[in-house]
Design a protein around this ligand. Structure first.
Ligand SMILES: CC(C)(COP(=O)(O)OP(=O)(O)OC[C@H]1O[C@@H](n2cnc3c(N)ncnc32)[C@H](O)[C@@H]1OP(=O)(O)O)[C@@H](O)C(=O)NCCC(=O)NCCS
Length: 205
C-alpha cells in the first residue's frame, strides 16, 4: 500500500473517489456532503490531499481545507474503499493528513465534523476533543458544504448551533489533551443516540 501526497498523476481517480463516497453514504444512510469530480480534482492538485493506492487500485483518500484565513483547517472527505476496510488504513491516512496539516499550517486549529464513531475515535487519539459548533470556524463557505447533506434542515433549524454531526477540534495550544488518549466509546454512542432521538423525531413528527 502506498500512501502519498496527491498530485496531477492522481486526477484519474477523482470519479472513483466520488462514487465511493456517495455509495458509502447511501449504505450508511447518514447525511454527508456531496462531492463532484471537479471538486475532488481541485483537492488532488493543490498539494493538500493524501491518497492511498494498492498498485493502480484506489484504496483511500482524505484532504485538507483551509478556512478563516488559515486560522482553521479541516481534514475532510475521509474514505476507504470497502475492499480495504478494517485493516488500519483509515488510521494511516488520518495520521498522514494530520501530519501534513501540522507541517503546512502549524498555527492552525484542526477540526472536523462527523457522525462516524470510527472517525471520532481516530480524531480523539490524534488529540482532537469534542467541541460545540461555536468553537469551529464561522467561515460561511465551510457551512455551505453542509447544504448537500440530508440533515441540513436540522442545522438551519438550530441556527448552526448543533446537528447530528459532532464537532471535534485539535488546538495546538492546548496541552491538556496529553492526559487522555482513549475515547469513551459509550459516551459517544449515547450522544449520537440522544441527538438522533431529539432531531429526527422532531423532523419526522
Ligand atoms: C470510516 C472508515 C474511513 C474506516 O476505515 P478503515 O480503514 O476500515 O478504518 P481502520 O481499519 O483504520 O480503523 C480505525 C479505527 O476505527 C474503528 N472502526 C472502523 N470502522 C468502524 C465502524 N464502522 N464503527 C466503529 N468503529 C470503527 C476500528 O476498530 C479502529 O479502531 P481501533 O484502532 O480502536 O481498533 C471507512 O469505513 C469508510 O470509508 N467509511 C465510509 C465513509 C465514512 O464514513 N467516512 C467518514 C466521514 S464522517
Amino acid at each position: 500500500m502506498n500512501i502519498t501526497i496527491a498530485n496531477a498523476s492522481h486526477v484519474k481517480y477523482a470519479q472513483v473517489i466520488c462514487d465511493t463516497i456517495a455509495e458509502s453514504a447511501r449504505v450508511r444512510g447518514t447525511g454527508i456532503a456531496k462531492r463532484t469530480p471537479e471538486y475532488i480534482i481541485k483537492r488532488l492538485l493543490n498539494g493538500n490531499a493524501v491518497i492511498a493506492l494498492d498498485g493502480d487500485r484506489f484504496a483511500g483518500f482524505c484532504y485538507i481545507e483551509v478556512w478563516g484565513h488559515q486560522k482553521y483547517v479541516a481534514n475532510s472527505g475521509l474514505i476507504v474503499h470497502p475492499d480495504y476496510r478494517n485493516q488500519g488504513l483509515a488510521k494511516k491516512i488520518k495520521k498522514a493528513i494530520f501530519d501534513l496539516s501540522r507541517k503546512k499550517f502549524p498555527d492552525a486549529k484542526i477540526f472536523g465534523i462527523t457522525t462516524g464513531l470510527a472517525v471520532m475515535k481516530m480524531n480523539y487519539e490524534l488529540g482532537y476533543r469534542p467541541v460545540t459548533f461555536s468553537e469551529l470556524t464561522d467561515d460561511p463557505e465551510f457551512w455551505k458544504g453542509c447544504q448537500t447533506c440530508k440533515n441540513f434542515d436540522i442545522l438551519t433549524r438550530t441556527e448552526r448551533r448543533m446537528c447530528l454531526c459532532t464537532g471535534m477540534l485539535y488546538d495546538p495550544e492546548d496541552k491538556s489533551r496529553e492526559k487522555e488518549k482513549k475515547i469513551d466509546k459509550k459516551s459517544f454512542e449515547r450522544l449520537r443516540s440522544i441527538k438522533e432521538t431529539l432531531f429526527l423525531k422532531k423532523k419526522n413528527g
